[in-house]
Design a protein around this ligand. Sequence first.
Ligand SMILES: *[C@@H]1O[C@H](CO)[C@@H](O)[C@H](O)[C@H]1NC(C)=O
Ligand SMILES: *[C@@H]1O[C@H](CO)[C@@H](O)[C@H](O)[C@H]1NC(C)=O
Ligand SMILES: *[C@@H]1O[C@H](CO)[C@@H](O)[C@H](O)[C@H]1NC(C)=O
Length: 354
Amino acid sequence: MDTQKLISSVLCCFLLSMLSGRQQTVQGNHHIPSNIRPLKLFIFGDSYVDTGNTNKTQVAWKYPYGITFPGKAVGRFSDGCVLSDYIAKFLGLESSIPYEGWKSSSCGIPLLKYGMNFAYGGTGVFDTVTPGPKMTVQIDYFEQLLKDNVFTAKDLESSVSLVSLAGNDYFTYLTTNVASAEGLQSFITTVVNQLAINLKRIHGLGVKKIAVTFIEPFGCLPIFTGTSSFRQCNETYNSFASFHNLLLNQTVEKLNKETKDSPFFIIDLYASFRSTIKKKGSIKFENPLKPCCLPTVSGDYLACGRVDENGAKLYTLCENPKSGFFWDSFHPSQEGWRAVYSALQATLEQYFLH
Ligand SMILES: *[C@@H]1O[C@H](CO)[C@@H](O)[C@H](O)[C@H]1NC(C)=O
Ligand SMILES: *[C@@H]1O[C@H](CO)[C@@H](O)[C@H](O)[C@H]1NC(C)=O
Ligand SMILES: *[C@@H]1O[C@H](CO)[C@@H](O)[C@H](O)[C@H]1NC(C)=O
C-alpha cells in the first residue's frame, strides 16, 4: 500500500468512528445468528433515528447533547444513543453512516459497510416547520445511490430498512392550524396514505424487510405535560397517535397481503413508551414524564442546548441523565431508549428471526 493510500484509509477509519459513533455503549448481545444477519441497514426518518444528518446549527450539535455518549454533541437528539443505534446493535451491525457525513467525507466505500442513515431531525412524511429533506427526498437520495452503484441490488437482497416518521407532521399541523378533531383525522389519513406509498417505494427499490414505527404516545411528551408539572399525559393527543397507529397497522396488513413475502412489520413505539411510562417495564424511572434537560422558562420547549446573548444557559440539567426517561422536551434519553428497546426486544426477535 502506498503512503497516500495508507493515510487516506487511516483517515477513513478515523472518520468512520467519528461519524457513526463506533465505540457503541449500547448493551446487549447480537441476537441474530450470523448466517441470517442482514448485511446492511438503511434508515429513513426523523430525530428518533437520526445519528448526525442535521445541519450543525441545530441543537443536537451543541452541549449538552451527546454528554453520555460519545461524550460530545455529534448530531444525535439525545444525551447518547437513539433508537436506530439500538436496532443496529440488535442486528449485530454498527450504526450506519449518516448520509450527510458520508457525502462530505469523500472517503467512500469503507463507510458503507453497515448501510446508510438518511434520517434527518425535524422532518416528516410531508414538509414540516423544520427545514430538511422529507421522507420522499430521503428516498430520492437512496435511489440515486443505487443508480450510481454505491449500493448494489445484491447488497439490498439481505438488507433491512427502518422507517420512523410522522410525529413532526402532527406537530406541524397542531402548531400551524386551528386544529379541529375532524381536520386532524383527515390529515392523519393523508399522512398514512403517503407513508404507505413511500414504504412500497422502498420495497420496490429492493429492500427485503422494512420495519416501520408506530408513533409514540405524543400526549406524554414533555411539551404536552409541562402544564400538569409532568404528572399527566394528554390523552386527547394520545388518541390522535392511536388513530394514526390503527390506520398504519391496517395499511401494513394490506401491503403485506399485496406482497408475497410479507416484507413490512411494525415496531410498536406506542406500547413500549406507554409501558415504560407506566413503570411496567424492567427499567423504571422515578418520574418518567419529567425531562432531564428542562427549560428555565416554562414553555420554552426548544431551550435545551441554547444560551442567551450573554452565554447564560436557557435550561437546567438533571444530575444524572440516566434517571430520566426523557432527555429534552421531545426525545427520550439514552437510558429511555434502552428501556423502550428492552420492551421491543421480543417482537424484534419474532420478526427478524423469521
Ligand atoms: C443550516 O441551517 C440554517 C438554518 O436553517 C441555514 O440558515 C443555513 O444555511 C444551513 N447551513 C447549511 C450549511 O446548510
Ligand atoms: C390536552 O390538550 C388539549 C388540546 O390542546 C386541551 O384542550 C386539553 O385541555 C388538554 N388536556 C389536558 C388533560 O391537559
Ligand atoms: C395490528 O392489528 C392486528 C389485527 O387487528 C393485531 O393483531 C395486531 O396486534 C396489531 N399490531 C400492533 C402492533 O398493534
